[in-house]
Design a protein around this ligand. Structure first.
Ligand code: GDP
Length: 436
């Protein structure tokens, strides 16, 4: 079974742990969008490893990892991660493939990112300023440079031509300074020898692998509400984090995706600007942030925290065709007396059950809460559903009803073992296939 695992909220849902947990069931892990703005925290042999670009599947011997055409690649960031893996003694040889069609983040894309964010002044998006947005802009403007273009470094070849075009576009945007194109071309020439052995037609590789029955996990970065099309535009990332992005971002047919698992926290967080209907500003928000350690893995920025928003997750169920949820960080709610859950939005006189498409309208919405009782007995580290306090089971059951899909996984701690896999669920069946 090929499974797509993605974020069902605003990113940082704990996908890293879930992907890491499921990796032993797959031969291949493939990333389909985003850049090194994603940050997955995993623990390998007691050491904390934060991977931004390379799928964490690389930490599992024998698993092949793919960086698909939908990802934007900063070669220097990639090399830094390869060095980090080498220092940990992780052998990557032959197990990491980068699509020849993936677009490159060029040295000045970061500078453009910072400038664009400064121009937004009062309405910043809260980007990570790593050049990801500008690299996608160049891709869509059809002047981007792809990994495969590096194969011909000649001064009159298509690469040199594209670099000249790209630098001219940058100089047009940035007043007061003029960048020379030659150093950019030289930098790209310099990265090719190390990049080249990793480069492949990854669409064709996946096609053959799937035809031979090798199981693939498609790994999304960020989350549904940050999707360029289906998120809270313009406070979004520059790519399709939703399930459709797996098909376009890897060059696979949609029927190659057999099931979709959405990862959602038992509450809600968001980094950066944009509406967050259930946001808590007072002591409870602070309590969630501290207990959940809600600080960005990539940037260290404090995350905005709020109650579980069933409207948002129900929306994620729809736009991704989710089969099931993995609900993470249930333990963070331990000890709270009451747990309000947003079941709808009040917007002026209207009551909405669905996510409005208009972000300004969403910003004016007030959540309509249903309040569930909390629990006193801790859930931290619990590994079976039956051991959860009665109120925690009722909470999960209500989230399942409100979102319309079952919770296949409930996570009760950052450790791999602090996990409940529900009997007969999608994830339980994956295990059964692997055990057979
Ligand atoms: P990702 O980008 O979606 O993988 O999310 P992050 O890596 O930014 O955040 C996940 C953080 O939460 C990591 O530090 C995990 O170790 C931690 N985490 C994951 N699941 C749980 C859980 O069930 N309980 C607790 N307390 N922490 C968790």
């Amino acid at each position: 079974m090929n499974l797509c695992v993605l974020g069902a909220q605003w990113g940082d849902e704990g996908k890293g742990k879930i992907v890491d947990l499921l990796t032993p069931h797959f031969a291949i892990v493939a990333r389909y969008q985003g850049g090194h703005n994603a940050g997955h925290t995993v623990y390998a042999g007691g050491t904390k490893v934060v991977l931004h670009l390379i799928p964490s599947g690389i930490l599992h011997p024998g698993v092949t990892c793919i960086i698909g055409n939908g990802v934007v690649v900063d070669p220097h960031a990639l090399f830094t991660e390869l060095d980090q893996l080498a220092a940990l003694g992780v052998a990557v040889d032959g197990r990491l493939l980068v699509s020849d069609k993936a677009h490159l983040i060029l040295p000045y894309h970061r500078e453009l990112d910072v400038l664009a964010e400064a121009r937004r002044a009062e309405r910043p998006i809260g980007t990570t300023s790593r050049g990801i947005g500008p690299a996608y802009e160049d891709k869509i403007a059809r002047r981007g440079i792809r990994v495969g273009d590096l194969a011909d470094p000649s001064s009159d070849g298509p690469l040199a031509h594209a670099v000249r075009e790209n630098v001219a576009a940058r100089n047009h945007l940035v007043g007061g300074t003029a960048l020379q194109w030659e150093p950019v071309l030289n930098d790209l020439r310099g990265v090719w020898p190390r990049l080249q052995p990793l480069v492949a037609d990854t669409s064709s590789y996946l096609y053959d692998a799937i035809a031979h029955g090798r199981a693939v996990m498609f790994e999304g970065a960020q989350g549904t509400l940050l999707d360029i099309d289906h998120g809270t535009y313009p406070f979004v990332t520059s790519s399709n984090a939703t399930a459709g992005g797996a098909a376009t971002g890897l060059g696979i047919g949609p029927r190659a995706i057999h099931a979709v698992l959405g990862v959602a926290k038992a509450y809600t967080t968001r980094v950066g600007g944009g509406p967050l209907p259930t946001e808590l500003s007072g002591a409870i928000g602070e309590r969630l942030r501290e207990t959940g350690q809600e600080y960005g893995a990539s940037t260290g920025r404090p995350r905005r925290c709020g109650w579980f928003d069933a409207v948002a997750v129900r929306y994620a169920v729809r736009v991704n065709g989710l089969d099931a949820l993995a609900i993470t960080k249930l333990d963070v709610l331990d000890g709270l007396e009451e747990l309000p859950v947003a079941i709808g939005y009040r917007c002026g006189t209207a009551l909405l059950e669905d996510m409005p498409g208009d972000t300004l309208q969403l910003a004016r919405c007030e959540p309509v809460y249903e309040t569930l009782p909390g629990w006193t007995q801790p859930t931290a580290g619990v590994t079976t559903y039956a051991q959860l306090p009665r109120e925690a089971r009722a909470y999960i059951k209500r989230l399942e009803e409100l979102c319309g899909v079952p919770a296949a996984i409930i996570s009760t701690g950052s450790d791999r073992t602090h996990t409940i896999v529900r009997d007969g669920s999608l994830v339980d069946r994956l295990g059964a296939v692997a055990r057979a």
